[in-house]
Design a protein around this ligand. Structure first.
Ligand code: MLT
Length: 408
């Protein structure tokens, strides 16, 4: 008799952002006149500038001509794009990266969810708490965890991030094999220094662990001393995989383009006693399960790595960072404690009045018609916290913060 994958039945509730969307839809249905301002999911609002738009248009034209039309191509991504990424994202910061170590994909969400397939079912995973829920849910679906109780899945090592450790995870007490890190962090907006990352690289080397480093928000870093990539730390090539995305960097949340970096040196043992290249295994996985990102989108992405394209996206990132500053000032004015929002589009605040995350979610929606994301949705340590995103139009962000004064 056919049965569902029981691992899916372990999942606790809906995917966080679907749950938020459902509750907002219900509120909107009950209050049809309310003008709700959404600072919940980190979705970009500002349109492409002329450079990226022009590249996308040019590629559409190419697709309309016999000589330049493109069908299936490498599922790894076009070389023109992988070479530009190696040059602009890595070599420009003193990190040599072979384009063969770069895999173009449709999203860091997809890749951070799928990468766990490369690892043994018995792999012991560690995640910060609070954490982007995809890292956890994808391991639950893969059967790598026990059931959900008291806000946590059995079998996962949770690394508490609280005010006491400045919301940055400490090394685990016990042994773990696979560590998820994200800097600038979603949801807390914290950044890591090179020394912070070195600590993790050293740990991974000593324990034979692998670090999955989500750098989807690196473009928001404004301090040159802070690392944009874990590969800026010596030794990381033997222990880390990095995920990058144009979603928040260049407005591609709907267009979809990301890239995953797996250095050739990264090899881990298998049950057969051999040592296996994760670069080769991911290549094998992708060529079976993925047929590449559309040519048109890859040409649009290529424009991001030109000088003019860079200027275009920098202006938009600056706009979101200014939104973050407006949110920070608004919170200060209302006496609300927060962190983040400096090298990051996310502001992590303590729900005022000792409210729980979801209580504050509903209070903010009812009294101010502003949507944010309840911290508890990111993990047990997120309870009592709340995330606002700086992705929004300037008018909406200003108005949202003015509405905070209505909070009772
Ligand atoms: C978020 O709001 O945390 C992100 O937008 C989710 C994502 O990138 O998938």
């Amino acid at each position: 008799m056919i049965r569902v994958n029981g691992n899916y039945l372990k999942l606790a509730g809906n995917y966080l952002f679907s749950e938020v969307a459902n509750r907002v839809a219900k509120y909107q249905e009950e209050n049809p006149g309310a003008r709700v301002i959404r600072l919940g999911i980190g979705d970009v609002t500002e349109p492409f500038g002329p450079v990226i738009t022009g590249a996308l248009r040019g590629a559409v034209d190419e697709m309309s001509r016999r000589g330049t039309f493109q069908g299936y191509r490498s599922d790894k991504g076009y070389e023109f794009l992988r070479e530009k990424i190696a040059q602009h994202d890595f070599l420009s910061r003193g990190v040599a990266m072979d384009p063969e170590e770069i895999f173009i994909s449709t999203g860091a969400k997809e890749d951070t969810a799928n990468i766990q397939e490369l690892f043994h079912r018995d792999t012991r995973i560690a995640v910060p708490d609070p954490v982007y829920p995809v890292y956890v849910d994808s391991n639950v679906m893969a059967g790598r965890t026990g059931g959900f109780s008291d806000g946590r899945y059995g079998g996962i090592t949770y690394l508490d991030c609280t005010g006491e450790n400045s919301f940055r995870p400490d090394l685990p007490d016990g042994e773990v094999d696979l560590i998820y890190l994200c800097f600038p962090n979603n949801p807390t907006g914290q950044v890591a220094t090179k020394d912070d990352l070195k600590k993790w690289v050293d740990y991974a080397k000593t324990k034979g662990a692998v670090i999955l480093y989500d750098a989807a928000y690196e473009a928001f870093i404004r301090d040159d001393a802070l690392p944009h990539s874990i590969f800026e730390v010596p030794g990381a090539r033997e222990v880390a995989i990095e995920f990058r995305s144009l979603s928040k960097t260049a407005g591609f949340t709907g267009t979809r383009l990301s890239y995953t970096i797996i250095p050739r040196e990264l090899r881990i043992p298998g049950d057969d006693g051999g040592s296996h290249s994760l670069n080769q295994l991911w290549d094998r996985r992708q060529s079976t399960k993925f047929n590449g990102v559309a040519y048109i989108i890859q040409r649009g992405a290529e424009a991001v790595f030109t000088e003019e394209g860079r200027r275009e996206i920098e202006a938009t990132i600056g706009y979101y960072l200014e939104n973050a500053a407006i949110i920070r000032r608004g919170l200060e004015k209302n006496g609300i404690e927060y962190t983040g929002g400096v090298h990051s589009p996310y502001i992590w605040l303590r729900a005022p009045g000792g409210l729980s995350s979801w209580e504050f979610f509903h209070r903010l929606l009812d009294q101010c018609q502003v949507v944010g994301t309840p911290g508890a949705g990111f993990g047990r340590c997120g309870e009592g916290f709340f995330r606002l995103t700086a992705f929004g139009s300037r008018e909406n962000v200003i108005e949202a913060m003015e509405r905070f004064s209505r909070l009772k």
